[in-house]
Ligand binder design. Structure first.
Ligand SMILES: Cc1cc2nc3c(=O)[nH]c(=O)nc-3n(C[C@H](O)[C@H](O)[C@H](O)COP(=O)(O)OP(=O)(O)OC[C@H]3O[C@@H](n4cnc5c(N)ncnc54)[C@H](O)[C@@H]3O)c2cc1C
Length: 164
């Protein structure tokens, strides 16, 4: 139903949208927010703060080449973590911090369980191939985040592409 006169447009398409925002703890802590996130410095520190780093979905990290922020993805969040770990060590030892540099490994999104779309290795993927690739990517993240224990507990079988 759209418009002031509630025009009915019949369709067989379901559209789901969901945003990714920062945690409410940011506003409660008094940070100035941009769409729920904190615009961080290049080294992922909160503006004006020596020892507060903000990462992942809570961070608004500008892509200076494109003049807009990097999308909030797991890929970004994990790369933030690497830079943050090095920068915490640098701050502890009084050394200069390094700037976050995003390394784009591609994007794969699942569309339901049996379908997907994405780009990786300079190629476009869709359908079951993309859905399978998404599960492989998810499994890789599980392994990187929690090692074999988390992988074995939560892994997704890439060969299973049907709703059971
Ligand atoms: C539906 C959906 C689909 C997505 N699909 C993709 C995708 O295909 N690919 C991709 O790269 N990204 C995807 N994302 C985005 C991705 O999930 C996030 O960008 C990523 O998880 C951000 O990591 P994070 O560590 O910042 O936050 P999170 O992964 O959300 O981790 C935050 C953690 O902090 C905990 N926490 C919250 N509040 C507190 C508190 N007060 N005290 C202690 N702990 C707390 C939470 O429980 C959670 O465990 C998707 C997101 C959504 C919602």
């Amino acid at each position: 139903m759209v418009g002031d006169d509630s025009e009915l447009i019949e369709a067989g398409t379901v559209i789901w949208t969901g945003g990714v925002t920062g945690n409410p703890v940011l506003s409660k802590s008094g940070f100035e927010l941009t769409r729920g996130k904190v615009t961080v410095n290049g080294d992922l520190r909160a503006p004006g703060e020596e020892d507060i780093f903000i990462l992942g979905d809570c961070a608004w990290v500008m892509n200076e080449a494109e003049g807009r922020p990097f999308p909030p993805t797991a890929q970004s969040a994990m790369q933030h973590a690497d830079t943050c770990a090095k920068n915490i060590k640098a701050v502890m030892y009084g050394q200069p911090t390094e700037k976050f540099v995003f390394s784009d490994k591609g994007t794969v999104a699942s569309l339901g369980i049996t379908d997907g779309i994405g780009t990786a290795f300079s190629k476009n993927f869709s359908g079951k191939t993309a859905a399978t690739l998404k599960k492989v990517v998810d499994n890789r993240y599980l392994f990187l985040l929690g090692g074999p224990k988390l992988f074995l507990k939560k892994r997704k079988d890439p060969s299973v592409l049907t709703i059971s």
